[in-house]
Design a protein around this ligand. Sequence first.
Ligand code: GTA
Length: 339
Amino acid sequence: MADSGKRKRTEEAEGGDGDCVEQGQKPQPLDNGGLLGVRTELTPAFSFSAFRVEKVLRESAREKIIFLHGKVSGDSGDEKDAVVILEKTPLQVDRISDLLNKKSELKLQICNDIYSTYTLYPPLELNDVKTTIVYPATEKHIQKYRSQDVYLVQETGDDYKNITLPFLQTQSFSIQWVYNILEKKAEADRIIYENSDPTNGFILIPDFKWDQKQRDDLYLIAICHRRGLKSLRDLTAEQLPLLRNILQEGQEAILKRYSLPGNQLRVYVHYQPSYYHLHVHFTALGFDAAGIAVERAHLLSDVIANLELDPLYYQKRTLTYALRANEPLLKKFLDAGKC
Ligand code: GTA
């Protein structure tokens, strides 16, 4: 990823640098007492009028989420793939009185003795569905969200060098969105905290998946300024100052902004991540976020402790993680007789 020519090719292949149009930076205070910062209006080049659902990739009644693959027809009749994620948002405790006011229609479903069920039709502003759109989406995006069996692989340090790394150099998702954040070309007014040191600094920003309306599902990411650190595998003792800054300053910034103390935060990195530019996830400890399973999440405090014990810990250690059935990397491991 360090080579800019290679980066350009990967972005083109993965459809990076999508055309979100940022409209003159119009920050709006959120209507929950300013608890959770400002919002930027983005006008994506996307409309549901041109969208046709092809397939439900995955859905979960429990999580109240559905992942759709669809086609979007352009003016010239060409069609491009899109992934649309629809998710019912949590009820906001501080807006319950608005939900239960007379503007909400209550329709009786069943009445039996002292028991009754209703459907409540809340006002429009309390009836939102969080919508995430990846457009144009690549086949890799479509596969990422598709429901499928997963298999564990045990990757030794040598496997990483001989199988995983060469694969990543040709196949990973575009990280243009990361560079847009670091260069303040996107989401600039969503930044919660920045340490601008080019080697040991980072930007802390709300994650895509968090609508910032309530603290219960708090989710932020810290993205390091330094380029070329792809994942856990690239970390050595040299990165300890960076990792300690992220942990300590990230926790302090979250305490200051959201009044959530460090001992109620889960701070971790993914291995494998989806995006190979080092970033750290901060989620509320009480929140069952996607991606916190033991085969994927590595607590930052443990990563720091491991590197303090052995500067080359992550170059040497066998790391176990899960791969989806049709991920090409799994095939590479199978072909090498490694799983
Ligand atoms: N602020 O443009 C962005 C942006 N993008 C493109 C990704 N992220 C972004 N954040 C901002 N702006 O937490 C965030 C992602 C993720 C992190 C990358 O960067 O939301 P990762 O490299 O470790 O990859 O982290 P990961 O965890 O696989 O990414 P992702 O996309 O979160 O997928 C994990 C699982 O979460 C998916 O398999 C799916 O089950 C679920 N999921 C994905 N997207 C959504 C969604 N929009 N809503 C709900 N669930 C989702």
